[in-house]
Design a protein around this ligand. Structure first.
Ligand code: NAD
Length: 475
């Protein structure tokens, strides 16, 4: 059921020339699924050489032919959706239904960029002198090096692959070593769809070694990273040495503001559904719940009832509602957040511990009356913990919601139109959901500000991220 793990270098799948490898674990069972080969220095150089050739071929191909290949790749992903989603659940842990939606979304992203690549229009600027044509042209930036994490093994790599390919770039992707199979399967679909050799390369290894090699390589012109703020800052510094363009999609710590004019039970259901998706390992996951004091008790009890009723288990079991955490590091992090909050006076309304079974499971957790100095109120939990606190006034809640280093996604619920506009204006975040948690679509920009990074993936902005602007003045 699991994937055959290979790298893709210059159009060929294989184990590479290195000897290093690491096991990929199923987080629901802690059993090894397969061994993942690591790229040697020679393999990385071959990937860059392949990407250089691939870039020349892909750039020279017209946008219609590129579009046809990409759309065929998307069709193949859809045709293999069940198999790829099974690989995803085995290596990442999320429930199969979520994995299927994710793989289908990856195919949609590929389709969208296939089409949008046909519209990377420039413009003509009227000249100051007769007979002069002033043209603004868009050109692909060149070879892209991309690094993706383990929480969305299909959508995150695809945002980078599709954006780069749609713009006419070639790409070397280092997908997560913890969830490599999904990327391998998607790469197979693209190769079978007719992608020329070297346009897409897929490598694995020790993350810091691969990123240091590729980011410092003079032929690589653009870096795209999704992951933690700490690593994003390191990679941005390295890219600055070579004056390379970067897109950084880093962590978040999304506030959810629930005003007093809503149907609080309905909002609690939406909020809990969003919170425990992918066991909370989502950068736009709702993570700090601010509920108006008049509705606090009802919101807390409804949310807690939903959280405590969720069935944990293997993501492949159709009755499972929440899978395990993707790796053991998250379990330790959850224990740390809960112990710290408790020590500072928070109450555990439900969860707050690991269940006894095997696998990286953590109970859906609700923390009530969490003091502002608890770590979970300022550090991204990236797990199934929901701190819920009351607020009194609009000004107070805006200050608390904005008062962290992150700036990815924020949410607010209100039935008052004026308040909806006011809160959307007041929230200093890259994405704001008003009465909705849906802020991620192929055709809309996805990205943050402040410590959450810079640049957008998705939407026309996501294509621009892989395009240079060239001005031509022709007399
Ligand atoms: P981490 O910071 O070690 O790694 C995060 C990701 O970056 C991983 O995929 C890792 O392989 C990669 N990485 C690490 N060092 C790298 C390097 N030098 N060069 C290239 N890639 C590198 O931490 P982690 O334990 O995997 O995750 C913990 C935190 O990361 C979470 O708490 C969360 O804040 C953040 N995270 C964010 C996202 C996101 O979608 N923005 C996804 C995963 C993790």
């Amino acid at each position: 059921m699991y994937a055959t793990l290979e790298m893709l270098i210059d159009g060929k799948f294989g184990k590479g020339s290195g000897t290093a490898a690491e096991p990929v674990l199923n987080p629901a069972t802690e059993q090894s699924l397969a061994d993942l080969p690591h790229a040697s220095g020679h393999d990385l150089e071959a990937a860059v050489a392949g990407a250089e050739k691939g870039f020349a071929t892909w750039k020279a191909m017209n946008a219609y032919d590129r579009c046809r290949i990409m759309r065929k790749g998307a069709d193949l992903i859809r045709a293999r959706l069940d198999a790829i989603a099974t690989v995803l659940t085995l290596e990442q842990g999320k429930v199969l239904a979520e994995a299927k939606v994710e793989v289908a979304t990856a195919a949609d992203i590929l389709d969208w960029y296939a089409e949008e690549g046909r519209r990377s229009y420039g413009r003509i600027v009227p000249g100051r002198v007769g007979g002069v044509r002033q043209m603004v042209l868009k050109e692909p930036v060149g070879i892209v090096a991309a690094f993706t994490p383990w929480n969305f093994p299909a959508v995150t790599p695809m945002r980078k692959i599709a954006g780069a390919l749609g713009a006419g770039c070639s790409i070397i992707l280092k997908a997560s070593e913890e969830t490599p199979g999904t990327a391998v399967e998607m790469a197979r679909c693209l190769q079978e769809a007719g992608l020329p050799a070297g346009v897409l390369n897929l490598v694995f290894g020790v993350p810091s070694e691969v990123s240091t090699y590729l980011i410092n390589h003079p032929k690589v012109r653009k870096i795209s990273f999704t992951g933690s703020t700490a690593v994003g800052k390191q990679l941005t510094k390295m890219a600055a040495e070579g004056m390379k363009r970067t897109t950084m999609e880093l962590g978040g710590h999304a506030p959810v503001i629930v005003f007093d004019d809503v149907d609080v039970e309905a909002v609690a259901k939406i909020a809990a559904g969003g919170k425990y998706r992918n066991a909370g390992q989502v950068c736009i996951s709702p993570t700090r719940f601010f509920v108006h004091e008049s509705k606090y008790a009802k919101f807390l009890s409804t949310f807690t009832e939903i959280a405590s009723g969720l069935k944990l288990g293997d993501g492949l079991d159709p009755s499972t509602q929440m899978g395990p955490m993707a790796n053991a590091r998250r379990l330790e992090a959850m224990d740390g957040f809960v112990a710290d909050a408790k020590a500072k006076g928070a109450k555990v309304a439900t969860g707050g511990e690991r269940p006894a079974n095997q696998g990286f499971f953590y109970k859906p957790t609700v923390l009530a009356d969490v003091p502002p100095d608890a770590k979970v109120m300022s550090d991204e939990p990236f797990g199934p913990i929901a701190p819920i606190v009351p607020f009194k006034s609009f000004e107070e809640v805006v200050e608390r919601a904005n008062g962290v280093a992150y700036g990815l996604a924020a949410y607010a619920f209100t039935n008052d139109e004026k308040r909806a506009t006011a809160i959307a204006d007041a929230l200093q975040w890259g994405m704001v959901g008003v009465n909705s948690l849906a802020v991620s679509m192929p055709e809309t920009p996805f990205g943050g500000i402040k410590d959450s990074g810079h640049g957008s993936e998705g939407g026309t902005e996501g294509l621009e991220a892989y395009l240079n602007v060239k001005f031509v003045s022709q007399a």
